[in-house]
Design a protein around this ligand. Structure first.
Ligand code: B12
Length: 636
């Protein structure tokens, strides 16, 4: 029996998404008789689209569609398309070397790239002139390699615009047709896209799929759908693979399925898919393999379609594989040297996400806190908390370093527990294992200056965590278990240990007032100014059905929209907050402020100045009511 595990397009391109690696490593240990292969069609599609061959096809497509583009009376093409068609020979001439450079295979090209005569410069390069202050600052601090990566990424962004604007409006560098799947109450839009005429991007994906199926001839094709932006790709791959080999069995699972498809009842999902598994995939795939060998063997937490009805097979006698027994992920079969590092934003944390190769590992399954009222705590990947012994984790780390030759690790925990991180750091040091690592934590007081120093000594280079709305009233309503003053002390301790700190910020929380948003920004300003944070990003609050707020919206003063006629995805819901703050109007100012703070700018500005608009009903936003030395005093 042969299993082929595939990551569908698109996801981040710097390092493999780890689901196939986790499952392959697990099967290697628990089902050694099964031959497991894995492939990454997100990377595969990118490499084909962004190649001389791909761009040649894009150009032919654009010329066939818009032979008269630019002629009198015709609408002008998108500026990226105009720039591409005008300089197509140059784009075609440099694309392959640029991709090789971004793969880290040809560092010497950096000197030519930074000289600014090598790459054709389309509309995205305007950012270099517009943000002169901040970019000037950033470029001063960047070395030649980084500058070249940034310029090469702008070049790739221009071409991504060409693919999106000229060929397939659903295309993005890290997501494909996301809107068709994200909280989509019915399968209609996905079905229409799957049945509609293929775009050139679809055609290229179809070719890659056919080649993959011919190469591996799998018995079972397992597709992971971590994000909504992988769903269309997965269903498309399933469709083409089934056409190629009707006897092939297809299974899907992953974060999107686990979060959004739990209540689905849509038989059309099963047109080209046979099994849809929920939550951790280890036990379900093991049961599935047994079931394929012997159909009387039970399925575990797996949807199937029987007589036109979707049913969930649960097998109550089976249970999940404990975290300590899941084994070590393996990247075997994935072309690790072919991943591309993009530097699209100068935000230092985004750089970790999109730049460089990271082995992925989970320190503890689920979240040890699991109380935050906005978080999907009712789901297994958050709610079931399990640890593995530190030595077992270090064994996995050593095995991954041996296999990949790379020592960078991203711990993909929801919130890595301080006690487990301490134990891990001590064992890494005792066993003299040299790695660099980063991951998500809660900024809680157990992270003392002493622990921060220990983590840094063990290789920690960055942490991210939720400060959410920097307001003690709202942090309490969120049951976040931290106060702003504590966050200040913890983040300062990390910074002093040389660990970069990124804060997830939130706005638009139920009952949040405009005054609270302005005050939160003032606290964030002080946290940057006092050297507690180096990076941050504002997210708009979303009410999801698996969170305590989604389950009991009335307790938080909001009304949630229903989802009548839902047969497919259900996750985020619209809601009405009677407080009525105009959050839409505030988002832009919040982002602008933090962008400047990250570059060390604007600390002396009154926070009101970032909000260009006159406030709702013609008012300006209110003055912050926070002492200007609040954080300094909290730091003592
Ligand atoms: C780390 C992380 C990130 C990181 C790294 C992302 C990356 N590209 O590697 C960052 C911060 C960058 C990120 C970004 C985003 N994330 Co995120 N992320 C996570 C997190 C915390 C862990 C992911 C992980 O690596 N898990 C480990 C792997 C092995 O777990 P897994 O993929 O779930 O796989 C297991 C099972 O699902 C199953 N399985 C998976 N595939 C298959 C296939 C088959 C055939 C079978 C049988 C089983 C199976 O078996 C696996 C082993 O048990 C998860 C939550 C979570 N705890 O999983 C959210 C999560 C995946 N992210 C999510 C989202 C929405 C996003 C964003 C779209 C957010 C945004 N709006 O921008 C972006 C998209 C980024 C991108 N395009 O790459 C959602 C997805 C849910 C949904 N609504 O679809 C999750 C579930 C969190 C949540 N509830 O909101 N994320």
């Amino acid at each position: 029996m042969r299993v082929l595990l595939v990551t569908p397009p698109m996801t981040q391109l710097n390092t493999p998404y780890p689901a196939t690696a986790y499952l392959a490593g697990f099967l290697r240990r628990h089902a050694p008789e099964v031959e497991v292969r894995q492939a990454d069609l997100a990377l595969g599609l990118f490499l084909r689209l962004f190649s001389q061959e791909g761009l040649t096809r894009a150009r032919a497509h654009l010329l066939a569609r818009e032979p008269a583009a630019g002629r009198k009376g015709k609408a002008a093409p998108h500026p990226a398309i105009a720039a591409f068609l005008e300089n197509a020979d140059r784009y075609l001439g440099v694309i392959d070397p640029v991709v090789r450079f971004l793969q880290g295979a040809d560092p010497s090209l950096a000197l030519r790239i930074v000289a600014r005569a090598f790459l054709p410069e389309g509309p995205r390069f305007a950012a270099l002139e517009q943000g002169e202050d901040t970019l000037g600052w950033a470029f001063g601090a960047l070395g030649v390699q980084d500058q070249a990566k940034y310029l090469a990424s702008l070049f790739i962004d221009d071409l991504a615009d060409v693919w999106r604007e000229g060929v397939d409006p659903r295309f993005g560098l890290s997501r494909y047709a996301e809107k068709l799947a994200s909280s989509a109450p019915t399968f209609d839009a996905l079905a229409a896209a799957l049945d509609g005429p293929p775009t050139l991007v679809d055609e290229i994906l179809d070719e890659l799929t056919r080649a993959l199926i011919a190469e591996h001839e799998p018995t079972l094709l397992g597709l992971t759908i971590p994000f909504p932006g992988n769903a269309y790709g997965a269903f498309r791959i399933a469709q083409v693979a089934k056409r190629e080999r009707p006897g092939l069995r297809v299974a899907v699972g992953g974060g999107y399925v686990n979060t959004e498809l739990r209540a689905m009842s849509e038989p059309r999902v099963f047109r080209d898919v046979d099994f849809v598994t929920l939550d951790d995939g280890e036990r379900p795939i093991l049961s599935l393999l047994a079931h394929l060998r012997d159909p009387s063997a039970p399925l575990f937490r797996t949807f199937v379609c029987e007589d036109g009805r979707v049913v969930l097979r649960q097998a109550p006698e089976l249970c999940d594989v404990p975290h300590r027994e899941v084994g070590t992920p393996t990247y075997e079969g994935l072309p690790l040297g072919a991943y591309v590092s993009l530097v699209e934003m100068l935000n230092p944390m985004h750089r970790l996400w999109s730049d460089g190769r990271w082995n992925k590992l989970t320190v503890a399954h689920g979240c040890y806190w699991k109380k935050c009222t906005f978080c999907d705590v009712s789901l297994d990947y958050i709610g079931r908390y399990e640890v593995a012994p530190a030595d077992e984790l270090v064994d996995r780390i050593e095995a991954l370093v041996r296999e990949t030759g790379q020592t960078g690790f991203h711990f993909v925990d929801e919130a890595a527990p301080p006690a487990a991180l301490r134990a891990l750091a001590e064992r890494l040091l005792a066993r003299k294992v040299t790695i660099s690592w980063w991951g998500n934590i809660r900024f809680e007081k157990a992270f003392t200056p002493e622990l921060a120093q220990l983590l840094a000594a063990s290789g920690c280079v960055a942490v991210s965590g939720g400060l959410e709305v920097a307001s003690d009233r709202l942090l309490a309503l969120m049951k976040k278990g931290v106060t702003v003053a504590q966050v200040a002390r913890v983040t300062r301790a990390f910074t002093e240990a040389g660990i970069m700190v990124h804060a997830y910020l939130m706005y638009g929380f139920p009952t949040e007032t405009e005054q609270e948003t302005v005050d939160a920004l003032e606290r964030v300003r002080q946290l940057f100014a006092e050297g507690c944070l180096q990076s941050a990003f504002w997210h708009r609050f979303a009410a999801t059905i698996h969170s305590p707020i989604g389950a009991s919206p009335e307790l938080y003063g909001i009304r949630l929209a229903g989802s009548p006629g839902m047969t497919f995805a259900d996750n985020e819901r619209a809601f009405v907050d009677p407080v009525g703050t105009d959050h839409d109007a505030l988002g832009e100012g919040l982002r602008k402020a933090v962008y400047n703070y990250m570059h060390g700018l604007g600390f002396d500005e009154d926070v009101r100045s970032w909000f260009a608009r006159p406030g709702r009903r013609g008012r300006a936003v209110p003055a912050p009511q926070v002492p200007r030395d609040l954080i300094r005093r909290a730091l003592g």
